[in-house]
Design a protein around this ligand. Structure first.
Ligand SMILES: Cc1cc2nc3c(=O)[nH]c(=O)nc-3n(C[C@H](O)[C@H](O)[C@H](O)COP(=O)(O)OP(=O)(O)OC[C@H]3O[C@@H](n4cnc5c(N)ncnc54)[C@H](O)[C@@H]3O)c2cc1C
Length: 317
């Protein structure tokens, strides 16, 4: 079967979960070949990629690749596309993944589909648009299908691949060196999972009422091992940091379970969470639009419901 290139998303040598999702998806449509671009490759990374079905691992681990923003990764992929004529390229629909995809599309005169929530036979991609109200199926008709896929859209399933390594060297162009990374700051992280990768997200909105009150949202999240999200009303009010905003101008999440407390369900919020697998809405207003997309709805005061829910979950752990 023809190769499908999967750009490995990695931080400090750790392969991010979305890569395993992409490999799983690629396996259903062809032969997955992982592409490692940047420093940090190790035997442990190889083992993880092979565990999820990478038949081949192309390694471009020159330190220099990590020194510049996005462009070198697009050059590594373009080199492989020219050499190996893959059937498609899959990337994570993250900020970086989308930028690499766009650059690769220009370099290879191909079409790009962004933010897919699934890819089927013939590389027909499914996108969820207008706040999840409409599903679109589209296919690249020019060049190679380059598709960025939303994290959490596919359940990662292990299936051993050969993991045959092949080192590649790519001479970066001057253009790829245009934007250098001058500093990296490690963001303080608590014990919670990363918002866009979390299997469970608990979000609070204006109904939470204050920054201090977000403690009850955090407690529920911690009882479930979940990430915390917030609506824009809550982040704009300074109750929760902006990096946790879910929605059109915030993060896109697609967890197995999304619990929204005190969030009305404006289209801009829905745009960031409507592809969640199971949605639980807690709101005292039975007419709140978010109930339209809820799998389970609780009409009531979040200050009563959220602590009770946390207590029940803690009892059962
Ligand atoms: C260009 C643009 C981009 C935007 N991007 C985003 C985005 O990325 N993310 C985003 O979230 N918004 C975004 N917005 C804002 C969006 O339109 C809404 O204003 C926002 O989502 C509202 O947040 P909310 O639901 O928390 O607040 P509200 O709409 O005020 O809803 C609060 C809800 O809490 C309920 N409530 C109150 N008290 C309680 C209680 N004690 N118990 C239970 N329920 C209670 C109320 O019934 C109400 O439904 C954007 C807007 C624009 C114009």
């Amino acid at each position: 079967m023809t190769e499908i290139l999967v750009l490995v998303d990695h931080v400090d040598g750790d392969v991010k979960k979305v890569t395993f999702e992409l490999l799983t998806l690629a396996r259903s449509l062809g032969t997955p070949a992982a592409v490692w671009a940047g420093p940090g490759y190790s035997d442990a990374a190889k083992a993880r990629l092979a565990e999820y079905g990478a038949e081949k691992i192309y390694i471009a681990d020159a330190d220099e690749i990590g020194d510049y923003v996005a462009a070198p990764k697009a050059e590594v992929l373009a080199h492989l596309v020219a050499e190996r004529s893959p059937a498609a390229v899959f990337l994570a629909a993250t900020g970086e993944g989308k930028e690499v995809a766009g650059r690769l599309a220009i370099k290879t005169d191909s079409g790009v589909i962004s933010d897919a929530v699934g890819v089927g036979e013939g590389f027909v991609a499914e996108q969820s648009i207008f706040g999840g109200g409409v599903n679109v199926h589209s296919r690249v008709t020019r060049g190679l299908p380059i598709i960025t896929v939303r994290p959490n859209s596919t359940a990662p399933v292990a299936a051993a691949g050969a993991g045959a390594e092949e080192k590649i060297e790519v001479a970066l162009s001057d253009a790829a060196r245009a934007a250098r990374i001058v500093e990296r700051v490690v963001q303080e992280k608590g014990g919670r999972p990363e918002l866009t990768e979390a299997a469970i997200v608990v979000s609070g909105g204006r109904g939470v009422g204050s920054g201090e009150n977000f403690a009850i949202i955090e407690r529920l999240a911690d009882s479930l091992g979940a990430a915390v999200g917030a609506s824009r009303a809550a982040t704009d009010a300074g109750w929760y940091p902006h990096q946790f905003q879910v929605g059109q101008t915030g993060k896109t999440v697609s967890p197995q379970l999304y619990i929204a407390a005190g969030i009305s369900g404006a289209i801009q919020h829905r745009a960031g969470m409507q592809t969640s697998k199971t949605i639980v809405v807690i709101n005292k207003d039975a007419e709140a639009p978010l109930f339209e997309v809820a799998d389970y709805g609780v009409v009531g005061d979040l200050f009563q419901i959220v602590p009770q829910l946390t207590e029940e979950i803690e009892k059962r752990r």
